[in-house]
Write a protein that binds this ligand. Sequence first.
Ligand SMILES: [Cu+2]
Length: 349
Amino acid sequence: MEKLTRRRALCVLGAPVIAAATGAGLASAGDPGEGMHGMEHGATPGATYGAHAGAAHAGFAGAALVDPAVNGFDPSELVRDFDWGRTRRLASGRVLREWELIAEDKEFQVAPGVSFAGWVYNGRVPGPTLRAREGELLRIRFLNASAHPHTIHFHGIHPSFMDGIPDIGAGLIRTGGSTVYEFDARPFGLHLYHCHAGPLAAHIAKGLYGAFIVDPRQGRRDADELVMVMNAFDTNFDQANEVYAVNTVGFHYLYRPVRVKREEPVRIYLVNILEFDPINSFHIHANFFHYYPTGTSLAPSEYTDTIVQAQGQRGILELAFPYPGKYMFHAHKTEFAELGWMGFFEVEP
Ligand SMILES: [Cu+2]
C-alpha cells in the first residue's frame, strides 16, 4: 500500500474534492484538466484510498463527509461549543470555575477514509473550548489515561509551578497519573492550551490542544460566537502535514457550511496551532472583519479580509454579512486550502 504523501494528498484529496464541491465556482483549482493531470503523478489513487478515491474521481461530494459518529465529535457542533465548566462561589466571594480534562489515545478520521492515531483531551480535537471570566479562580483537574506522559500548558499569566511543563511543578503526568492546575483567569482575551511534553511537535501534532477564552469583566456585545482552531495532520509521520483543516476534519465546512444570519454580528475566536508549517492564514470572501489580536484589547487593530498567524497566535474576528448566500473562507495559502482548509458560511436571508 502506497504511503499518502503530502504531494499525493494534494493530487488525490485536494483537486477532485474541490472540483466536485465547487464546480465552476473555483475555476482554476476545479479545472478537471488540472485534477486529472495531478492524479497522473500518483499512479493509481485507489491504491491509497481504495473505493473512496474512485468516488473522489467520479464525484466526491457524496463521500466527502466523515461520519461524526465515527469520531465521536462533530465540527458542526464544536464550532459553537463553549465549555464553561462548573462554578461555585468561595467564602471570599470570588468565583471558582472547575473542569476535568482527560488525555487519551484515540483514532479519528481527518478526511473520509483517512484515519489518524491521535492523542486527545476529552475525546475530541480540538479539546474543549474552556471559557471563563476575567478575575475568576480556575481549577483544571487533569487525568492522563493515555499510554504516554502528557501535561497541560495554559497560555495566560500564572506561577511557574502551574505552567504544565516537564520538571517544574507537577511536571510530566505519567500514564494513570493526575494533577490539578490552578490559576487566575487573566488577562482577558483568546488564549490556548496544549500538551508540553517532549518531543513537543509530536505531542501537539497528535491533537493535544484547545482554545481557552477569558471574557473581559464587562463582557463583549452579543454575537453569534464561533470557535475555529486551525490545525493539520501529518498522516504518515514525515514531519509534514497531509490534511489541513479548521476544527480537524478537512473540507468539513465546505460540505456543512457554517450557518449564520444576515446582518447578525458574528464573532470568531480563531486560533492557529498548526505544527510543521511556519504560518497559517484566514481569508474571507466578499466581506471584511475587525481583528483583535489575542483579544486582549477592546479596540480592533485592523479592518481587513485576510490575516496571518504563526503557531500559537490567535485573535478575534468580528463581522456581519450584509447579503445572503454562500461565502468561502479558507487559508490564503492555496496549498493548505486545497488540502482541506476551506469552508463556507451560508448566510440566511
Ligand atoms: Cu503530550
